[in-house]
Design a protein. Structure first.
Length: 87
């Protein structure tokens, strides 16, 4: 939201500031089912973004995680970026 405040013309043409919170709230609902499985409990936070984490090696994409993970802004993300030789 802070970055959008620096792009007044773009926001005037496309009201991201109105759509972004609703999109992030919908990500919590959709993410709870995609990551946690159908019928799973929703995370305790109100806003989220969904990412697919893959790495490029040997000329193709490889999945990094066996199953999805819910991470909060307080979690240490460094473990997601270790190479397979470091784990």
């Amino acid at each position: 939201m802070a970055a959008l405040s620096l792009h007044v013309g773009e926001v005037a043409r496309n009201p991201y500031h109105l759509r972004l919170p609703a999109w992030m709230m919908d990500n919590v609902r959709r993410g709870a089912e995609l990551v946690g499985g159908q019928g799973g409990a929703a995370p305790s936070f109100a806003f989220a973004t969904l990412y697919r984490l893959r790495r490029w090696a040997d000329g193709r994409l490889h999945e990094v995680l066996e199953r999805g993970q819910v991470l909060s802004c307080q979690d240490n993300l460094s473990k997601l970026f270790l190479t397979t030789t470091q784990t």
